[in-house]
Write a protein that binds this ligand. Structure first.
Ligand code: PLP
Length: 408
């Protein structure tokens, strides 16, 4: 707030495909699909039409108790059909953070319902981002998001994102009988684009299974094509107990998220009379948001974007690798999903070649990227072309050059 209050605001007025326009009439390539979510690109009339007709038919109605609506039922069925989860059920929410709260509460209540109220501990990974609601802030793998808010939710811990051994040691330190769930993004997104080491998730899934720990995939960024499939985690050949999704499910045309829950985790709430899950929000199952998601899924399927994204991933990786030799660049992380990170060297940062400076320069040159501490990240819409990827990476290079030159 302090940093942006005085200056002019970057006012986005229009968007179409991979392009944005500001209130000065200047055009920008949306290299981040807004905040990792606009998978099908901007300005899709088909989604706008679906929203419009749903608004006229039934704009909104609660799904508490036995209330339901057609779009929520259809969307839940379509998601369940595609999810790599055994005997799946779907709980809808309004976004990613809300879904994390839902999954964490479901995990703890599942264990309490099964006679193990002591199983409350939640383990997550360094760099993992799980939204900024209560429990999500508690399990986030980046300390800076936690400080200043007083005590967080109890019984959480964070382990190195790339170490099965560390996870195993932590499980034994806590006592497996006290651990409710393990949260992981298939590829860490907001924390800097870190793909798992080879075999990581197979070993993690086995470890969780051995100790009865629920494995929760936070697929908020990785779903709906970004990793070439529906929920991201399929890429690693494992079946989680729950999958948290949001963002790409509606490409952000309207806010939506949810949790796919295995039949086993859902069972106590289905099978034990009186074991009511007192959890849910006003706009859960919002029919107009669900109509937007259905139209978005139609586009993903009709345009074969899950497969197309694998080519986009390859092109983006190839183009970004060309930056590895840049003197300001320490590392390029890409090649698993339509996302990438360009990590700056410590010396470059100390010399003033910072991620925010590169972000600002690229935006001045017509490409939207995202700055995180020490790196510039990108996650374009899945419809980006090879030429547009080349334009994006060339602009990133010229921005690095310009900022380096200014830094002397
Ligand atoms: C992996 C992951 N989980 C959860 C969230 C939180 O989603 P929301 O911002 O919709 O609450 C995000 C948001 O970026 C995310 O990237």
């Amino acid at each position: 707030m302090n940093a942006v209050q005085a200056g002019p605001k970057f006012v986005v007025t229009e968007a179409s495909g991979v392009w944005l326009w500001d209130d000065q009439g200047d055009r920008y390539l949306d290299g981040t699909a807004s905040l990792w979510y606009c998978n099908v690109g901007h300005g899709r009339r088909e989604i706008a039409d679906a929203i419009h007709s749903q608004l006229l038919r039934l704009e909104a109605y609660t799904v508490y108790g036995d209330f339901a609506n057609r779009p929520a039922l259809e969307l839940s069925e379509r998601l369940a059909d595609r999810a790599p989860v055994d005997d799946p059920r779907v709980m809808l929410t309004c976004g990613g953070g809300e879904s994390i709260e839902t999954a964490a509460k479901l995990a703890r209540k599942y264990w309490a319902s099964r006679g193990h109220p002591e199983r409350v501990h939640l383990i997550s990974r360094t760099g993992g981002y799980h939204g900024l609601h209560g429990i999500g802030t508690g399990v986030i793998g980046m300390e800076r998001f936690r400080s200043g808010y007083g005590p967080m939710v109890e019984a959480t811990s964070v382990v190195a994102h790339d170490s099965v051994a560390e996870l195993e040691a932590e499980i034994h330190r806590i006592g497996p009988e006290n651990v409710a769930a393990f949260f992981a993004e298939p590829v860490i997104g907001a924390g800097g684009v870190y793909a798992p080491p080879d075999g990581y998730f197979e070993r993690v899934a086995e470890l969780c299974r051995r100790h009865g720990i629920l494995f929760i995939s936070d697929s908020v960024i990785c779903g709906f094509g970004r990793l070439g499939n529906w929920f991201g985690i399929e890429r690693f050949g494992v079946r989680p107990d729950m999958i948290v999704f949001a963002k790409g499910v509606s490409s952000g045309y309207l806010p939506l998220g949810g949790v796919v829950v295995s039949g086993e985790v859902a069972a106590p709430f289905w099978d034990q009379p009186g074991n009511t899950l007192l959890h849910g929000t006003t706009y859960a199952g919002h029919p107009t948001c669900c109509a937007a998601a259905l139209a978005n899924m139609d586009i993903l399927e009709r345009e074969n974007l899950l497969e197309v994204s694998l080519y986009v991933e390859r092109d983006l990786d190839r183009a970004l690798r060309g930056l590895e030799s840049h003197p300001a660049v320490a590392e390029v992380r890409s090649g698993t999903g339509v996302m990438g990170a360009v990590q700056l060297t410590t010396e470059a940062e100390e010399a003033g070649i910072s991620a925010p400076a590169v972000f600002r320069e690229a935006r001045r040159r017509g490409v939207i990227l995202r700055a995180i501490p020490g790196a510039v990240v990108m996650s374009p819409p899945l419809i980006i072309t090879t030429e547009q990827i080349e334009h994006l990476v060339a602009t990133l290079r010229s921005s690095l050059d310009a900022v380096s030159e200014r830094a002397g």
